[in-house]
Design a protein around this ligand. Structure first.
Ligand code: NAD
Length: 262
């Protein structure tokens, strides 16, 4: 029996088999978790349904996290059809493509608003609805990136959104500690996905990080493995943390110039 036998959780952010959320889902399913999925946009249904079937999920619902009414409806269905929750995974981000390249100073007001709404506020909106379904306590996890802390050219407004997301994790952890609900984030190294492909120069930065990090690049499965810990009982008093799954990239002060050809 896996360490998630008898545990039930909702996963937001599977778009296709390359999604980090899918790596997390597979790891939790291997541990015996019962999973529900929520995806954005009807066009993704044909991609998400077969994946959900692979892990025996009986709950797959569309929800655009910019729409409070849609989130309310979703959680009503979760309560009625899926039941109480032990964990929730937020693996969602979006910024207009034109704001993921060029100069940060050119970020539009609307691009900034959209990025922060979808990539950060949505965690608050989902946590608020999830907590009443976690009467025995639970664990909430979000995905972040090093660009929240240090300037990463082209990541631009998404770096600002991730900084806000990491602060949001800490404020939620404070609020929800009394409910025995933990809130943490994983800061993953770059991984080729639909979202990361939208960041200008992503391929080069994947290669660079791979050559600088002590353990090279990471995979969706690496993130899934860390999620087994953070979402499970072994992390019982771990809350408000950002855990790096980045092959050690964040500890480096300078690259090995021989390796990167500097
Ligand atoms: P992805 O494109 O597979 O996942 C992003 C998800 O966000 C998609 O499923 C998309 O449908 C969803 N989404 C976008 N707008 C939405 C909305 N309005 N409502 C609901 N869902 C919406 O890409 P990914 O790389 O797996 O991204 C998952 C998370 O991991 C994101 O938070 C991303 O910033 C983070 N992350 C990614 C990397 C990387 O290099 N890929 C590194 C660190 C952190």
């Amino acid at each position: 029996m896996g360490s998630f036998a008898g545990k039930r959780g909702l996963i937001f952010g599977v778009a296709n088999k390359n999604s980090i959320a899918w790596g997390i889902a597979q790891a939790l399913a291997e541990e015996g978790a019962e999973l529900g999925f929520s995806y954005a946009g009807a066009f993704l249904e044909k991609r998400v349904m077969p994946l959900a079937e692979q892990v025996g999920s009986r709950f797959v619902e569309e929800c655009d996290v910019t729409d409070d009414g849609a989130i309310d409806e979703l959680f009503e269905k979760v309560g009625d059809q899926f039941g109480n929750l032990d964990f929730l995974v937020h693996s969602i981000a979006f910024a207009p493509r034109e704001d993921l390249g060029g100069r940060f100073v050119d970020t539009s007001r609307e691009g900034f608003r959209v990025a922060l709404d979808i990539s950060c506020y949505s965690l608050v909106a989902l946590a608020k609805r999830a907590v009443p379904l976690m009467p025995e306590g639970g664990s909430i996890m979000a995905m972040t990136y090093y660009g929240a802390e240090k300037v990463t050219p082209n990541y631009n407004v998404m770096g600002v959104a991730k900084a806000a997301l990491e602060a949001t994790v800490r404020y939620l952890a404070w609020d929800l500690g009394a409910d025995q609900v933990r809130v943490n984030a994983i800061s993953a190294g770059p991984i080729k996905t639909l979202a990361s492909a939208g960041v200008s120069g992503f391929r080069k930065s994947l290669g660079y990080v791979g050559s600088v990090a002590p353990m090279g690049n990471v995979t969706q499965a690496d993130v899934g493995n860390a999620a087994r810990f953070l979402l499970g009982d072994w992390a019982q008093k771990v809350t408000g943390e950002v855990v790096y799954v980045d092959g050690g990239y964040n500890i480096m002060g300078a690259p090995d110039l021989d390796a990167v050809g500097g």
